[in-house]
Ligand binder design. Structure first.
Ligand code: TRP
Length: 339
């Protein structure tokens, strides 16, 4: 009997295994991944091919790749419901990425703000070509699975537009091959900013000590970082777009994302209280989220063979779909099929 096909719309997303996953990754991505997994056919990958667009230490990359996959599961991704896999385990990603790279106009690539930002910090001559071609690889990730929806933050919207444009170009030149994906706008996706610099997005590869709370941070350390978060010299605790008040707004945003309460309820909860109270409450709710996540993480890392078996099943499920799409694309573009 044929296996029942999953008729739910497909979702695909990924996070790079560079640096340590932060509460920003959790509140901005992982939490939504978990919430949508029963309504969609979800593919969540650890994008190690993207990670090497910056220099990585080999042992560290291997360790982070496993750690990231384990965090996906500890955060609530159920590997019996969703497909969890490592990008480099499915060679079709690299193969389709090359085909797409060849079709991607330099003009489009040069316009990508992520490329402009990242390359601005390096000497022109030494920027790896992978950084420029990064969006074509991301397009391959998405198009291989005919993903209809891609949950990503605002900073990745441009890459998704690029993916659609490239898919359209391929379809136009070679015939309908790829599904055009859309951004999945999360219900309550939070954009968490750096605790030490609340006008920049919280980053997992920022070195400074009080910048980010990592999901695997020791709980007392996590609490300390929140207590040290930058605020301002006002008193009133309310949501605000003012640059000056970005620190308090960030703490409130974290509180809202964790508790799911409305802005009005949160503002009235904090009415008449001080920044110390705000930080304490934010720290309490963050710690209450991290504690069970870390418990599950430790448990599954201690179960010999468990993570590897999840990644093996994930690879098989992902490869079956990706290889079909790759084959079709290769045939369309004119590659001689091997006999
Ligand atoms: N570029 C994404 C980021 O940095 C990560 C990513 C790679 C991704 N491939 C993807 C996200 C495919 C969604 C779908 O956040």
């Amino acid at each position: 009997m044929a296996e029942p096909t999953n008729s739910k719309p497909r979702v695909l997303s990924g996070i790079q295994p560079s640096g340590n996953l932060t509460i920003g990754n959790y509140l901005g991505a992982l939490k939504q991944w978990v919430e949508v997994q029963s309504d969609y056919d979800c593919f969540y990958c650890v994008v190690d091919l993207h990670a090497i667009t910056a220099e990585q230490d080999p042992d560290e990359l291997r360790r982070k790749t496993r750690e990231s996959a384990a965090i996906y599961i500890a955060a609530g991704i159920n590997p019996e419901v969703s497909t969890v896999f490592v990008q480099s385990h499915v060679p079709a990603h690299s193969e389709l990425a090359w085909m797409l790279t060849c079709m991607a106009p330099l003009g489009w690539l040069n316009r990508m703000t992520q490329f402009k930002d990242k390359s601005a910090r390096q000497a022109q001559e030494s920027i790896g070509a992978g950084l420029l071609n990064y969006p074509s690889l991301m397009a391959a990730d998405i198009l291989l699975y005919h993903a209809e929806l891609v949950p990503v933050g605002d900073d990745q919207r441009q890459h998704l537009e690029f993916t659609r444009d490239l898919a359209q170009r391929f379809n136009h030149l070679y015939g309908e091959t790829f599904t055009l994906p859309s951004v999945m706008t999360p219900k309550a996706g939070a954009r968490v900013m750096g605790l030490d610099n609340p006008t920049a997005k919280m980053s997992k590869s920022e070195e400074s000590e009080n910048h980010a709370v990592y999901l695997l941070d020791d709980l007392s350390r996590a609490r300390k970082k929140i207590m040290r978060a930058v605020t301002d010299s006002h008193r009133e605790i309310r949501f605000s777009d003012e640059r000056e008040r970005a620190g308090v707004n960030n703490l409130l945003t974290i509180y809202q994302a964790v508790t799911g309460e409305s802005r009005a309820a949160i503002e009235s909860h904090f009415a008449g209280k001080g920044y110390g109270d705000l930080k304490r409450d934010v720290a309490d709710c963050v710690v209450a989220t991290l504690e069970p996540l870390q418990g599950r993480y430790n448990e599954l890392m201690n179960e010999a063979g468990y993570l590897d078996s999840v990644l093996k099943v994930g690879r098989e499920k992902a490869a079956a779909i990706a290889e079909d799409t790759l084959k079709l694309a290769q045939e369309r573009i004119g590659f001689l099929a091997p006999s």
